[in-house]
Design a protein around this ligand. Structure first.
Ligand code: PHE
Length: 345
């Protein structure tokens, strides 16, 4: 009998070893299922061991029973442990949901001023104009003197600016690029010069101390005021449509003679609105025939050549185009404003 008892305990230990080996090598939940089936199901090896209880001596039964219960619990907890370690590894895969919509990234947009600028450049490039640039910090000579605006000339008062040492100024208009271009190129010249300008103006709905202009200059033999009117009108129609009208009014600039200011008809079509203040016209900027005195400064022969020049405020044009009634909004960096100018994706 003692032998039988001994053998029973040995058999239990044997199965325990076998079970532990299987659990150790199991590499998937399917293998764990198989281990469970082979050992813990009704006909599994551990379950069948319980039959031994009836075969051992009555005194030994509690010991064998306890050993068996302990083995069953031990087996179950090893299985559970291994299964949950598999679950943990698998978790990230389970959490990934390929049906979720993608994350949206905010897209940048080109500033409305730059969009208008690009459009203006494209139109003039199409009419044979080159694009020139000049510095924002200008010499007093290029900004005023060579444009026939001597020191103490009253027209300087309208273009009060920020003055720097050594007779340098923040340029008040893009007209100095006329001078720089003529200094470095021989006629014929046909160019536009877009860029930032500065004036000591108090900001309000139509003034900003920083603003943008596009200068235009055409110098050749036999250039006339009719060419100027034709080019400005063609530009206006390309930008705003065939229906737009352009009118010229007499004006004065020291660097053009004769001089004019020109207006575009307002999008309210003359009915009168807040943007045109009821007049039906929007002032764009100045223009005229290049003054022979300016040719004198750059060494062009005024007997051989003539030319026209014009300037325009880009904000004005952008305001017209997008029906904006306050210039300051261009410079506030308000996302709610800028977002409206996103390109269509
Ligand atoms: N530079 C002038 C201004 O800013 C505009 C202008 C440009 C006038 C070219 C005539 C010719 O007011």
């Amino acid at each position: 009998m003692a032998d039988k008892n001994e053998n029973s305990l040995k058999a239990i230990d044997q199965i325990r070893k076998e079970f532990e080996e299987r659990i150790q090598t199991a590499g998937s939940t399917e293998e764990l299922d198989a281990v469970h089936r082979d050992f813990l199901s009704k006909k599994g090896k551990i379950s069948r061991l319980f039959g031994l209880i009836g075969k051992v001596s009555p005194e030994e039964r509690p010991r064998v029973g306890a050993r068996l219960n302990e083995l069953r619990q031990h087996a179950q907890s090893l299985l559970d442990e291994k299964r949950s370690s598999f679950d943990k590894q698998a978790k990230p895969v389970e959490e990934f949901d390929p049906t979720l919509p993608g994350r949206e990234f905010p897209f940048g947009a080109i500033h409305p001023m730059m969009q208008v600028m690009d459009e203006i450049k494209t139109i003039f490039a199409g009419m044979g104009f080159r694009i020139e640039e000049g510095p924002e910090i200008e010499t007093d000579y290029h900004n005023f003197e060579a444009l026939n605006i001597p020191e103490f000339h009253p027209s300087r008062a309208m273009q009060d600016t920020f003055y720097l040492p050594d007779k340098m100024v923040l340029r008040t208009h893009t007209s100095p690029v006329q001078i720089r271009t003529m200094e470095s190129q021989k006629p014929p010249v046909r160019m536009i010069a877009p860029g930032r300008c500065f004036r000591r103006d108090t900001p309000d709905a139509s003034h900003s101390p920083t603003f943008y202009q596009v200068e235009g200059l055409c110098v050749d033999k036999n250039v006339t005021f009719a060419d100027l009117k034709g080019v400005v009108t063609a530009f206006a129609q390309k930008l705003f449509g065939e229906d737009i009208k352009v009118r010229f009014r007499p004006s004065f600039f020291p660097f053009t003679e004769p001089s004019a200011e020109y207006d575009f008809s307002c999008f309210c079509q003359g009915k009168g609105c807040a943007v045109c203040k009821g007049t039906g016209w929007l002032e764009i900027s100045g223009a005229g025939m290049v003054d022979p005195a300016v040719f004198g400064f750059v060494g062009y022969d005024p007997k051989l050549y003539s030319g026209y020049a014009f300037g325009m405020g880009i904000e004005r044009i952008a305001m017209l185009k997008y029906k904006i009634n306050d210039i300051r909004i261009f410079y506030e960096n308000d996302i709610r404003f800028l977002e409206q100018f996103k390109m269509v994706r």
